[in-house]
Design a protein around this ligand. Structure first.
Ligand code: AMP
Ligand code: MG
Length: 401
């Protein structure tokens, strides 16, 4: 039975999980790439823009033909010899002394070197009178002016958001290589657990930890293969769940069955199978256990829903976020609204809420079964081991949920 600080157990969990994190690569279509992390730097196969085109609706011209406007201020009138829309094809070259009606995004005809916006012209069907001169290159989007073929488009290790996918699509990239996600199996233990798809009978409660851990792991960029719960609190059933889970996971998360009562199957199992069971100087989430089953690391959390969720947040979420290229949870120092007390020698994670003025208040009670209290909070107050009381107005460190 170990006794550890939060930091010591966090280091132990990290050492257990780190070697199991997948190093492989998945090839995915762009449509399935949102939130995935690039496995390698991606270079553009093409120039962007793909071709020289107009930035405005107006007239493609030879800038030199507008010299008079520039020098004397007198308008210039040119014959309109055609029209180019944003559509497939290559327009004929533009001859000096003429103009072509052009739309935004349309291919600039060979020979043209500027676009006069429609606002600076008056036109009949055959002629256009230009009242404001434009220099060479104005309102022209040159081929490759955004990016050249072969230039780096996205770096390795980047978590893909819509803007990154847009850049890939613009470059005509259909499939990319992304890091494999951490595959997780979630096991909820407890003979009292009922699934939400049927009514809980007498003495039964709904399994909320399975849902909580599945969602939390997914939010950290992992892939939850499946969640399950053995129907009895029997060591053989827990073992069976691990056996199935280990073939589908890089990491297994379990909840329940590690405290001091009877029917603590997870605790019994780890005692007999090389796991470690102990206590962390932390509240909630004091009891913790870990082990390895068939080569797969298993992190066993206590069953109380708040304990489970906070344990995940403190010990596992940072590792998964890092693996998925996500930033760590935001920590901030805020001001307390009211006095609070905390047990000596225990790091406390209180549930809290930020007020509109930025100060922070504690939400709900300290008991670790208060699942609605946790749902009503949007941050945790991290109260150090040696702090026994804080006063209204004192600074307190918070972690965003
Ligand atoms: P245990 O750690 O198994 O002794 O469970 C501690 C408390 O958490 C008990 O009240 C259990 O009923 C409750 N509990 C355990 N597992 C879950 C779960 N998956 N969902 C909701 N509550 C649970
Ligand atoms: Mg139990």
């Amino acid at each position: 039975m170990f006794h550890r600080s939060v930091e010591e157990h966090a280091a132990h969990v990290r050492a257990l999980i780190a070697p199991a994190l997948p190093t492989g690569v998945d090839t995915v279509a762009l449509g399935a790439a949102l939130g995935r992390v690039t496995a390698a730097a991606i270079h553009s196969p093409v120039d962007l823009p793909l071709f020289r085109n107009s930035q405005m609706d107006g007239f493609a011209v030879v800038a030199a033909d507008l010299a008079t406007v520039l020098v004397t201020g007198a308008p210039v009138t040119l014959p309109i010899v055609g029209e180019v829309a944003a559509q497939p094809g290559t327009p004929p070259p533009l001859v000096s002394g003429t103009a072509v009606r052009i739309m935004t995004g349309a291919v600039l005809p060979e020979g043209a070197d500027a676009v006069v916006p429609v606002e600076d012209t008056t036109a009949t069907t055959d002629t256009v009178t230009i009242t404001r001169a434009r220099a060479r290159g104005e309102y022209v989007r040159d081929r490759g002016s955004d990016l050249r073929a072969g230039d780096p488009l996205l770096p390795a290790g980047l978590r893909l958001a819509s803007r990154h996918l847009a850049a890939l699509a613009a470059a005509g990239i259909e499939e990319i290589e992304v890091r494999r996600r951490v595959r997780i199996v979630v096991i909820s233990t407890g003979a009292e657990l009922a699934p939400t798809w049927r009514k809980a009978g007498p003495g039964e409660i709904y399994d909320s930890n399975g849902t909580a851990l599945t969602a939390a792991a997914t939010a950290c960029g992992a892939e939850v293969t499946f969640a399950m719960h053995p129907v009895e609190d029997a060591v053989s059933q827990f073992r069976g769940s691990l056996l199935v889970g280990a073939t589908h996971a890089d990491l297994i998360l379990t909840s329940g069955g590690i405290s001091m009562g009877a029917y603590e199957v997870v605790r019994e199992f780890w005692r007999a199978n090389g796991g470690e069971v102990g206590h962390i100087a932390m509240q909630p989430g004091g009891p913790q256990a870990t082990g390895v089953f068939n080569g797969v690391p298993v992190i066993s959390f206590p069953g109380n829903p708040v304990s489970t969720q906070l344990s995940f947040e403190v010990f596992v979420a940072p590792i998964l976020r890092e693996a998925a290229g996500l930033p760590p949870a935001r920590r901030e120092v805020r001001t307390l609204v009211a006095d609070l007390r905390s047990a000596a020698g225990t790091r406390q994670f209180l549930r809290g809420r930020a007020l509109p003025d930025g100060r922070v208040e504690v939400v709900g009670g300290p008991s670790s079964h208060l699942v609605a209290g946790l749902a009503a909070s949007d941050l945790l107050l991290d109260i150090g081991e040696n702090v026994t009381e804080l006063k209204a107005g004192d600074p307190v460190e918070t972690i965003d949920l």
